[in-house]
Design a protein around this ligand. Structure first.
Ligand code: AMP
Length: 294
């Protein structure tokens, strides 16, 4: 049975129990997967990879108020702890000794909003950071707290939130957090839509038009394969995103360096990341993918 714990004392007890289990002659390794719940196959891919990389897995489920802006969807963000636990106990994903940590905001922030926080720096100010001020600071603050609380050897994050993954990697390096960060490829529906808890907000028509995000990635790759320069590749991406069956508004579409998230230079070649954020109806969606500039 997977153990559900909701406070830090119970979590500490469960981790001690994990540490006490002999790991078959090799050093015991714990993996953590941090989520906001409303789990789908994208989250489960992270848990599956965690299972392969470690003896014990901790999945955290916490809708972190710190990373939502005042006009964002904190109150209506989907929450389904029972459904999440059912998914996690299916398929032999989590087993004996594994832990689900699902704290309330009062457990995570017993003294109210934290006074001392992590700042993401420049990577927290561009693209996602420009449209969601303070978002990545809020993410890094809770990620570092959860790293301290769960003491993992490896922490897994999805490539779906590529800027978040890059910021976490940077934090771990800059602050010497003693663990390995592993990125997991984006899981998509069969038609190409990147899985997201926020897809639940989409009407049938909006979901159809949301496919213009993955369509935009395909258009950009096709242009890059033909040797089109970065400006032209980006123009193709934007055209696919904003066509007749496209999104309602584009927050950003950019070709960036995959680590720094700075825009690639005019005439650049090599690996770049196309990063997209757009609104379909009232829903904000993001997607990204590698583009090889020739
Ligand atoms: P969230 O619950 O949205 O905070 O996501 C928790 C973790 O799952 C993050 O590391 C995400 O990047 C990852 N994730 C969410 N959706 C996907 C997806 N479609 N494919 C891969 N990873 C994902």
């Amino acid at each position: 049975m997977t153990r559900l714990v909701t406070d830090t004392a119970a979590l500490a007890g469960a981790l001690t129990a994990q540490d006490d289990v002999p790991a078959g002659g090799h050093p015991h390794r714990r993996a953590v997967v941090m989520t906001m719940g409303a789990l789908h196959a994208g989250h489960l891919a992270l848990v599956r990879r965690a299972r392969e990389l470690a003896d014990h897995v901790v999945v955290t489920i916490f809708v972190n108020p710190l990373q939502f802006g005042p006009t964002e969807d904190l109150a209506r963000y989907p929450r389904d702890l029972e459904g999440d636990l059912a998914l996690l106990s299916g398929d032999g994903l989590l087993g004996e000794g594994d832990v689900v940590f699902a704290p309330t905001p009062a457990v995570m922030y017993p003294s109210g909003d934290p006074v001392v926080r992590v700042t993401a720096g420049r990577i927290g100010e561009v693209l996602e950071g420009a449209f969601r001020p303070g978002h990545l600071d809020g993410v890094l603050t809770v990620v570092l707290k959860l790293m301290h609380l769960t003491r993992p050897g490896v922490a897994l994050f999805g490539q779906k939130d590529a800027q978040q993954l890059a910021a976490v990697r940077r934090m771990v390096r800059d602050l010497d957090v003693p663990l390995e960060v592993v990125g997991v490829p984006i899981v998509r529906d069969s038609d190409g839509l990147a899985l997201s808890s926020r897809n639940a907000y989409l009407t049938a028509d909006e979901r159809r038009r949301a496919l213009s995000l993955s369509g935009s990635l395909a258009a950009a790759r096709a242009a890059a394969d033909e040797g089109v320069a970065p400006d032209g590749v980006l123009a193709e991406a934007v055209a696919a995103l904003t066509g007749p069956d496209g999104v309602d508004a584009v927050d950003y579409a950019a070709l960036v360096d995959p680590s720094s998230f700075e825009a690639v230079e005019h005439g650049a070649t090599g690996e770049a990341l196309l990063v997209l954020a757009a609104r379909v109806g009232g829903t904000r969606l993001i997607d990204n993918g590698e583009v090889m500039l020739r």
